[in-house]
Design a protein around this ligand. Structure first.
Ligand code: CA
Ligand code: CA
Length: 324
């Protein structure tokens, strides 16, 4: 009897191997959590989202990293659940569809001014997302938008679609920026390679602003570039470094990496400081790093180098959970 059972078992194993079938339980956690499609287009704006699988990474920068500040440490392992992320920064054309549909007025429009950078910060009257102070097409990233403005667009998209839209947390943003890499920049260790991957302060910008510290290469843009113009990282995300700084969801906490949990960390408080990530067209090379945290004093801050991208969280795509 025992021999017969073993024979049947071996026959089944042989049969399964012959058919090339894998037993169901060998499917990896990653495969189980993968959505059916890995890109998704938001129907109202045409914004493209890509699935960022759950994962863990070393958040923060080592003390040896050039340009590093103390609040970028201590480096620690952080894990985030999977999410959909905007492949590109929100463009001016996409933001225009939001304002046209809702009559929303940005804080720069309501208060009648925004901040512009040309070596020093100047509060300039009449400047806003539709009148940015330099030439832009609808394909360029929207600028002069506050944290509050970004939240308003996210709430509009959440009301019109399945899923919840919001800014990425700091952890989600840095995980997405790194795209599985461990270097200061997702393209590797040679910062001059950056002109293929990021619109930053470069030789093109130095012709206009001679005092700027720049990358020793030409990216071709003094101010913003069309979103998606540069090569993406390994997650398929464009402009995670450079072009415009990107708002994240958290309130700023200097000691966040000491205090927050390592699973899906998020800092929320009554303090007004917020954070932007990734650097912009006016950033010197040492600011163009995935770990860099720029502290902004209030959620109504806006400027000509500051925009955002959104993420989308859904329940029906076997959304990846860290399970810890
Ligand atoms: Ca540039
Ligand atoms: Ca950016």
């Amino acid at each position: 009897m025992k021999q017969r059972v073993i024979s049947i078992f071996l026959l089944l194993v042989f049969w399964q191997a012959l058919l090339g079938l894998e037993p169901a339980h060998t499917a990896t956690l990653q495969e189980q959590n993968k959505p059916l499609d890995t890109t998704w287009i938001e129907p109202l704006t045409g914004m493209e989202f890509v699935w960022i699988p759950q994962g863990c990474f070393s958040m923060g920068s080592p003390s040896s990293e050039e340009g590093r500040k103390d609040h970028e440490g201590p480096v620690r392992e952080v894990c985030v659940d999977g999410f959909w992320m905007g492949v590109r920064e929100v463009s001016r054309g996409e933001f225009a569809q939001f304002t046209a549909a809702t009559d929303y007025q940005t804080e720069a429009e309501r208060q009648g001014f925004s901040w512009m950078y040309a070596g020093d910060w100047v509060a300039r009257p009449g400047v806003n997302w539709a009148n940015p102070g330099f030439k832009q097409s609808d394909a360029h990233p929207v600028v002069h938008v506050s944290w509050n403005d970004a939240g308003a667009m996210a709430r509009w998209l959440s009301a019109k679609n399945e899923g919840d839209f919001r800014l990425p947390t700091e952890a989600e943003w840095e995980y997405a920026c790194r795209g599985g890499t461990h270097t200061a920049r997702f393209w590797g260790t040679v910062r001059e390679d950056g002109c293929a991957f990021a619109n930053a302060a470069d030789l093109t910008a130095q012709e206009r602003f001679p005092a700027w510290v720049v990358m020793d290469c030409e990216d071709g843009f003094v101010f913003t570039a069309p979103t998606g113009h540069f090569q993406p990282n390994d997650f398929g995300l464009h402009d995670m470094l450079g072009n415009v700084w990107e708002w994240v969801y958290d309130n700023y906490q200097q000691d966040a990496y000491k205090l927050l949990p390592s699973i899906n960390p998020l800092h929320q408080s009554f303090r007004s400081e917020r954070i932007a990530r990734g650097g912009s067209w006016n950033s010197k090379p040492s600011a163009i790093r995935c770990a860099n945290r720029d502290v902004l004093q209030a959620p109504d801050r806006r400027s000509d180098d500051l925009g955002f991208r959104l993420i989308r969280k859904t329940e029906n795509h076997h959304e990846g959970k860290t399970g810890r």
